[in-house]
Design a protein around this ligand. Structure first.
Ligand code: DOR
Ligand code: ZN
Length: 427
């Protein structure tokens, strides 16, 4: 048995302990008061925080089709560097992931590379066209757990109703990108004072909220497991609260950027600030923060959306929407919640690992740090200042909205089933 000792760690930021990993089996073999100094490999972790490996329900790894901006391999590197051991990559690739063999190929590539479990998301409509449903049943038999047309909304109410019914029959998650496309034609920014001042076409809150309301009612009447992607408005939070109070089975995610950034960022017309849904106002950020704290919003997901500089370093209107997220999300969550004392590391483990694993029913992720559990782990130094720079990212792209911003929490190491997938000392 090959063993690895992670000595002097603080699981969930609590009391110091020592962890022994059985590397071959990829499980935690022992947890104890005394350091495991006889292990084959011994690491002194300096009292750093140990969390279950993070799970991201929403990334875009761009393979197949746009391997110039990200691949399953470079996206896995970025994920491991950000502390993730599992990610769900969206279907809006070229070709669209709308058939079982495409989904199987994504999973196989991720496993072959071995740095992160890369789960494929299947599209809801064929070719993301919003017309015909995909073979949700066949894809679910290929292991697809979540379906989404993300990047686009399933606008057609009849198609959405059928999708909900099929998803229910096959017991899979439907993830909606809520945007009434008729209300956002030509929109590039949040509809408000800032967009008016800058002369940018606005995207009103109601374009999101009307779909959230409709979908909540549909879920009430037709059942299934509905998940809302990137909640972005105060009103969406109110609707989620209403739905959950009614016992409707909806879950929701918030991305890191609207917790930290607002449409004030747009003042420089920098394409890096363009994202869908758009950065909104301080009151939206505050509502989203509270919603994550009280469980109205379930998880943090990054919506990691790599784009090449030819699509970002252009006029604001022509910039493609999307921001990198995998390598900064833990630091942002730490900055917003842990640093000011709003929440502890247990909360971070919950919203970035346990809840997403629960929603997607992953048996080996988001597990407690205990004997016999899979050694999917991330070691975090909460006080290791670093500055975000796009050109230093493991991602192939560099479109981070946090360029030049200093954070204090840093991922030191990540382990997937006992194998180290990221080591800050070697990076
Ligand atoms: O900003 C976004 N970028 N929002 C989306 O919904 C899609 C994503 C992408 O694929 O680039
Ligand atoms: Zn997305």
């Amino acid at each position: 048995m090959t063993t690895l000792a992670l000595n002097n760690v603080r699981p969930y930021g609590e009391d110091v302990t020592n962890i022994l990993i059985d590397v071959a089996d990829g499980v935690i073999d022992a947890v104890g008061e005394n350091p495991f100094d006889d292990a084959d490999e011994v690491m002194d972790c300096g009292g750093n925080v140990l969390l279950p490996g993070l799970v991201d329900m929403h990334v875009h790894l761009r393979e197949p089709g746009r391997e110039d901006t990200e691949t399953i391999a470079t996206g896995s590197d970025a994920a491991a560097k950000g502390g993730f051991t599992a990610v769900f990559t969206m279907a809006n690739t070229s070709p669209v992931i709308d058939q079982p063999f495409l989904a199987e190929a994504v999973w196989a590539k991720g496993q072959e590379y071995g740095k992160c479990d890369v789960y494929p998301v299947g599209s809801i409509s064929q070719g993301l066209k919003g017309e015909q449903l995909t073979e949700i049943g066949l894809m679910s038999r290929s292991g697809v757990r979540m379906f989404s047309d993300d990047g686009k909304c399933v606008n057609d109410p009849q198609l959405m109703r059928r999708a909900i019914e099929y998803a229910k029959a096959h017991d899979v998650v439907l993830a909606q990108h809520a945007e009434d496309h008729r209300m956002t034609e030509g929109s590039v920014a949040h509809e408000g004072e800032q967009a008016a001042r800058l002369g940018l076409r606005g995207w009103p809150r109601v374009a999101e909220e009307s779909i959230v309301a409709r979908d909540a009612i549909m879920t009430r009447d037709y059942g299934g497991r509905y998940h809302l992607c990137h909640a972005s408005t105060e009103g969406t939070v109110e609707l989620l609260r209403f739905a959950k109070n009614q016992g409707i089975d909806v879950t929701a995610e918030v991305t890191p950027h609207p917790l930290m950034l607002t449409d004030e960022k747009l003042a420089t017309y920098d394409g890096l600030s363009r994202v869908n849904p758009p950065l909104r106002e301080a009151r939206d950020a505050e509502a989203l923060k509270q919603a994550l704290l009280d469980g109205t919003v379930d998880v943090v997901a990054t919506d990691h959306a790599p784009h090449g500089s030819e699509d970002k370093c252009v006029e604001f209107e022509n910039a493609k929407p999307g921001m990198l997220g995998l390598e900064t999300s833990l630091a942002v969550v730490h900055r917003i919640f842990v640093e000011p004392g709003l929440a502890d590391w247990r909360f971070v483990a919950k919203v970035m690992s346990e809840r997403p694993a629960e929603i997607l029913r992953l048996k080996d992720q988001g597990r407690p740090i205990n004997v016999g559990e899979p050694a999917n782990l991330v070691l975090v130094d909460p006080e290791s200042p670093w500055t975000a720079h796009g050109d230093e990212m493991a991602s192939k792209a560099s479109n981070t909205p946090y360029e030049g911003i200093e954070f204090s929490a840093r991922v030191v190491g990540t382990w997937l089933r006992g194998t180290q997938t990221y080591d800050s000392k070697k990076a």
